[in-house]
Design a protein. Structure first.
Length: 769
């Protein structure tokens, strides 16, 4: 199938490239318009009690949540000073009624909760009119007028926080491009050993990213899409494009160096590397699709964005990239960057004599026959049990901190300390009492009018019961209309703490008034409901990902033990990265160098997101490695030699791909948003462990322990191979100097440590296990 696809693409390469160029130009115009349509939030559980409570308040009592909180403070006078009062009241009174629904101050409400303990600070709660877009526009119009000369004025609230998050995301993207761009370009040139070939992953990456932007833009017309999905699209689109281009270009060079015509090289590359990329991409997509099980908008947006980036990257790699390779042909190595090989450096050190040159040639031949990755795999397989036990124990030890994980949510502390909206929230919580900025709200629907004596008596009794709960600072009826009333509960604990969530459960357990229905909402209730929902759906996500991945790998390789091994190694590797995340972010050990504020908890959506992404990326590397091992095993029937040769073919490529991906992720890890930083650091740790320790050491050890059993296929599944699946040795790469393009191919293959001819064809000298 993939060989036929490669031939078709080669023969119609101008048509393919023309269509691809048109699609990219369209996506560049229309797809980039997605940014204004993105939204923040998405961390609540739809249809939960807390969401229903918020909907009931808005429908029956009118929306009076403060969109803007304006904090005023004076170091010289108190709120009782006429000048202080006059300045604030004048600023608030000048707000346009067309934009502002209500503005609550200490002076028009008489609420002591709006004044700090030292009476030098007060805040104004402003509710804006209209939908989200209209409120954002109104906020921009009134912001400057809220600042009072002579008073320290700071502006926060939900609308300001959303604006600051969007600004921070845009700043992060610009910074990441500035930081990663030069480093990425240099590494691409060094790894691909040529300017032309180094440009290919950038072309595929741009295609994947712009295509995913277009998909997200279309999605915004039917559902809300989180602004954070942009960063996942960029990471996966560029990272996977580099992976796929590295494998395709490496294989194409091998086939050209083996003497194949360009069309045959494209067809063979598509039949081998192209097929592997398709299997790998589907595996990554399956992992990301697990996020769609969750109704939370944040996770679903990440799932949609990741799926779009992965699938378009695969499509570009198996269709557009072969067309580019077919068009370039041997010119894929044009503008080559020549770096001296180890043999050449050894020759120069030995004086450049004929004897030294002969020694260098012999050394090059030895390197080609058994490269460093081949020798490493052989060394590991001499003591497989020792390596397997030691590395597994190390990874398990790294994962132990995850056993004491405390899940929480996202609040203003996710923003940098210098952000004004964060400073407002912090000071209100500190100076105006705990729970002031995020109270628990109980919505009571009575069988009679809330203003009637019976209704008031029932509400008073219910409110008194809530006020008597441990941890409650104050409970009062804060609004009523018809048969519905709202009770606002302020508390002493942190809004993300387990104590606050326990208080929500205690409020829900309070006996409601006879015949009444009670819904409990507010920030702590939203967090409690989200955690319950995530916990209920997570096992299904794991079951689906594991089951479908097992089925896909079994269909791809025909050996049931291989997917079992892959799943188990993934669990150990992921556990190690999760343990490191708890140690860093929950415990706050590196909060200073990394620049974040530890909250003592981890947002529960982040490990789920990291699980989906890293599981897919780990399987990506696993598929590439196993494909080469199977290819060699089909030639020699020697499991040990197949593993060593497979690692020799892919070890440098996987490590190079992981290095480039880490550069991309690291640039996003400097984000000012704490949980984006967490995602980046977790991915870096997981990719680093997986591409080095797991692939280079643990996989050879476990494959040696399994021996031929790793390739056992049930009789009912055995089938004859088609032409595209027929195993044959990889194309040889000449070790002696050869003219023009072939020489460049050999140099480029050396850059990614592709095995030379003797490594591909020499039978194993060791007995098979």
């Amino acid at each position: 199938m993939f060989e036929r696809l490669g031939r078709w693409v080669y023969r119609h390469r101008r048509l393919v490239l023309g269509c691809a160029l048109g699609a990219v130009l369209f996506a560049g115009v229309w797809g980039t318009r997605v940014f204004p349509a993105l939204s923040g939030g998405g961390f609540d559980a739809p249809h939960s009690d807390s969401v229903r409570a918020a909907e009931t308040i808005e429908e029956r009592l009118g929306r009076d949540d403060a969109d803007v909180l304006v904090l005023y403070r004076s170091d010289r006078t108190t709120v009782d000073d006429p000048g202080y009062r006059g300045a604030v009241v004048s600023a608030v009174g000048a707000l346009p009624p067309a934009d502002v629904r209500r503005a609550v101050t200490y002076w028009n409400s008489g609420s002591a909760d709006l004044v700090s303990a030292d009476r030098r600070a007060t805040y104004v709660a402003i509710t804006l009119r209209g939908d989200k877009d209209r409120r954002e526009t109104a906020f921009e119009r009134i912001e400057d007028g809220l600042r009072v000369p002579g008073l320290d004025t700071r502006i926060g609230g939900l609308t300001a926080i959303d604006r600051d998050i969007n600004d921070q995301v845009a700043e992060d993207i610009a910074r990441s491009e500035m930081l990663s761009g030069p480093v990425l370009l240099v590494l691409l040139v060094l790894i691909f050993r040529g300017l032309v070939s180094a440009a290919l992953p950038l072309v595929i990456g741009a295609t994947a990213i712009l295509g995913a932007f277009s998909a997200l833009h279309a999605l915004t017309y039917v559902t809300s899409v989180s602004v954070y999905s942009i960063q996942i699209v960029t990471i996966l689109g560029l990272g996977l494009a580099i992976d796929y281009a590295l494998f395709m270009v490496s294989r194409f060079r091998e086939e050209l160096a083996g003497g194949l015509p360009v069309e045959e090289a494209v067809a063979r590359t598509s039949a081998t590397a192209g097929r592997t990329i398709a299997v790998s991409g589907v595996t990554v997509a399956i992992s990301l699709s697990g996020l769609l099980i969750f109704p939370e908008g944040f996770l679903r947006s990440m799932g949609f964005g990741g799926l779009a980036a992965v699938l378009i990257a695969v499509l570009a790699a198996v269709v557009v990239l072969p067309a580019l390779l077919g068009t370039l042909g041997h010119r894929v190595d044009a503008l080559a960057v020549r770096l001296p090989s180890r043999a050449a450096r050894r020759s120069r050190r030995e004086g450049g004599t004929e004897k030294a040159a002969g020694a260098a040639g012999a050394a090059a031949g030895a390197d080609a026959a058994e490269g460093r990755w081949y020798r490493l795999a052989r060394g590991v397989m001499r003591r497989p049990l020792l390596f397997a036990v030691a590395i597994t124990a190390l990874l398990v030890a790294l994962g132990l901190p995850f056993l004491r994980v405390e899940f929480g949510g996202v609040d203003y502390r996710a923003l940098p300390e210098s952000t004004e909206s964060r400073q407002v929230a912090e000071r209100i919580d500190r100076d105006f009492g705990g729970g002031a900025s995020a109270p628990i709200q109980a919505v009571v629907t009575l069988p009679a009018d809330a203003a009637a004596p019976a209704g008031q008596a029932a509400l008073n009794a219910y409110t008194a019961s809530i006020a008597s709960l441990p941890g409650v600072r104050e409970a009062e009826v804060s609004g009523a209309a018809g048969d519905t009333a709202r009770i606002t509960v302020e508390y002493r604990s942190d809004q993300l703490s387990a104590r606050s969530r326990e208080l929500v459960r205690q409020v829900r357990d309070v006996e409601p008034p006879p015949g009444a229905e009670v819904l409990v909402g507010g920030k702590p209730a939203e967090l409690a409901d989200m955690l319950d929902d995530l916990g209920a759906r997570l096992p299904w996500m794991l079951l689906i990902i594991a089951g479908v991945t097992f089925a896909l790998l079994f269909l791809a390789f025909g050996a049931p033990l291989l997917p079992v091994k892959a799943l188990l190694l993934n669990v150990v590797s992921l556990g190690a990265s999760f343990g490191a995340v708890v140690w860093i972010f929950q415990d706050g050990h590196l909060s200073g160098p990394l620049g974040f504020t530890p909250t003592g908890t981890l947002d529960a959506t982040q490990p789920i997101l990291v699980l989906a992404i890293v599981f897919g990326l780990s399987m990506d590397y696993e598929v590439f490695l196993l494909s080469r091992i199977r290819e060699r095993y089909g030639v020699t029937g020697d499991p040990r030699d197949a593993v060593a040769t497979g690692l020799q073919h892919t070890g440098r490529i996987i490590t190079g791909a992981a290095l480039l991906l880490i550069v991309v992720i690291a640039a996003f890890s400097v984000s000012g948003i704490a949980f984006v930083k967490l995602i980046g650091i977790a991915m870096i740790i997981a990719v680093l462990l997986d591409a080095t320790v797991v692939r280079a050491l643990l996989v050879p050890a476990t494959m040696k322990l399994l021996g031929r059993a790793a390739w056992w296929t049930p009789r009912w599944f055995r089938r004859p191979r088609g032409p595209a699946e027929e195993a044959r040795p990889p194309a040889p790469i000449p070790s002696a100097p050869i003219p023009s393009t072939a020489s460049a191919s050999a140099s480029a293959a050396d850059a990614v440590e592709s095995p030379a001819s003797s490594a591909a064809s020499e039978p194993s000298r060791d007995p098979a296990p």
